[in-house]
Design a protein around this ligand. Structure first.
Ligand code: ATP
Ligand code: MG
Ligand code: FE
Length: 360
């Protein structure tokens, strides 16, 4: 099926078009520049920016894909989780398009879409791949608002949460630590880049929830065996900077960035691989904005190889928020025979990851 996907959950206005598991186009407009001076996304500004950007982004996507709205079989839109006002712009636009064209509308979970984008094929015409997915699929979702390890028995209707962060998301930790280090916003790409010039072993930052009382044993699992915590790490970085300053020494920003990144990536990859091994998971999809991180890709890749797990990593531009991931999940729903959502649904800013799409 030819599916048009619309994304507006945060500061990216995205329109993507797929045919089955083949990507035709992925057009994204970001209001990031307007938020930089505030050090974070301002919801009201993001909503207004979606309103400005939506129609031009849609027109560009249709033009690039060489299709018209008439050609499209269905429309998919992010209906949560995300910023309520921002979601509303994309959802309103999608409902209007659906009513005007008579095309069915799918209200989609943004987080599952981050993962489902990994099912797009890099080669054209390999559209049957979706039917050959492993039965016991895992997904490691690492984004600005979430850090989760999922078991996916079916990407369209059976997603189970195995572990998650109990406080900050990994992307949030990157953004907060970047602020402490004076690297500006968004912090993830800045830390990723600077860390390459630093020594990750110069400082040992804490790995949250790795003590025996949280991990338990293989037989008797602890209460947080597959969970993460990043707020202590953020505090440890702040203390470390204060100590250098109190001694009147220059703060080794690159070393701290590298050591912080190593702590985050170490604990994310080790717990994710453990959860997969202990659930017989053989294939893992990596997704979310932090999946763009070079060290996370590298270390998770190495550990998966050692554990005999196949890691599927999407291209960089499909990791951060975009419309193609929404279209990709929409196409999976249609191919699985799942019905559309109608137009009566409302955006849900805290939609749980277990809700893949909204039932009519
Ligand atoms: P969610 O998907 O949970 O609703 P979101 O949509 O805001 O949240 P994403 O767009 O998925 O988040 O990801 C944005 C986050 O990814 C930001 O926190 C950003 O700092 C982080 N990020 C982007 N690139 C990198 C990178 N190379 N290394 C680390 N973090 C990165
Ligand atoms: Mg964003
Ligand atoms: Fe996202």
């Amino acid at each position: 099926p030819l599916v048009l996907g619309i994304e507006s959950s945060c500061d990216e206005t995205g329109v993507g078009i797929v045919r089955g598991t083949t990507l035709l186009t992925n057009t994204v407009s970001s209001s990031m520049d307007e938020h930089v001076r505030f050090g974070g996304v301002i919801p009201e500004i993001a909503s207004r920016a979606h309103l400005d950007a939506f129609v031009p982004t849609l027109q560009e996507a249709l033009h690039e894909a060489g299709v018209t709205l008439e050609d499209v079989d269905a429309i998919a839109v992010t209906s949560g989780p995300g910023l309520a006002g921002a979601l509303m712009v994309g959802v309103c636009a999608a409902k209007a398009l659906s009513v005007a064209t008579g095309k069915p509308l799918y209200a989609i979970n943004h987080l599952v879409a981050h993962v489902g984008v990994g099912l797009l094929d890099s080669k054209p015409d390999a559209g049957a791949a979706a039917g050959q997915l492993p039965q016991n699929l895992g997904a490691l979702l690492v984004s600005g608002g979430h850090t989760e390890i999922l078991r996916i028995r079916s990407i369209t209707d059976d997603v189970e949460l195995l572990g998650s962060t109990i406080d900050d998301a990994a992307g949030e930790a990157y953004d907060k630590v970047a602020r402490i280090l004076g690297l500006g916003y968004p912090g993830g790409p800045a830390i990723d880049k600077l860390a390459r010039q630093g020594n990750p072993k110069s400082i040992r930052f804490p790995r949250g929830l790795t003590q025996p009382k949280y991990m338990g044993t293989a037989e008797e699992k602890g209460p947080h065996r597959y969970d993460w915590s990043f707020s202590g790490l953020k505090t440890a970085v702040a203390r470390c900077v204060e100590q250098f300053e109190a001694r009147g020494e220059e703060v080794p920003v690159a070393d701290i960035a590298a050591a912080f990144q190593e702590a985050v990536v170490d604990v994310i990859s080790s717990k994710a691989v453990l959860a997969c091994k202990e659930h017989g998971i053989t294939d893992v999809l990596l997704g979310g904005g932090v999946a763009a991180n070079s060290r996370l890709r590298e270390l998770t890749g190495q550990r998966c190889v050692s554990a005999g797990i196949k890691l599927h990593v999407p291209p960089l531009d499909l990791c951060t928020d975009n419309g193609a991931m929404v279209a990709a999940l929409g196409a999976q729903l249609i191919m699985a025979g799942i019905g559309p959502s109608g137009i009566a649904f409302a955006p849900d800013s805290s939609m749980p990851v277990t809700t893949v799409s909204v039932a009519a």
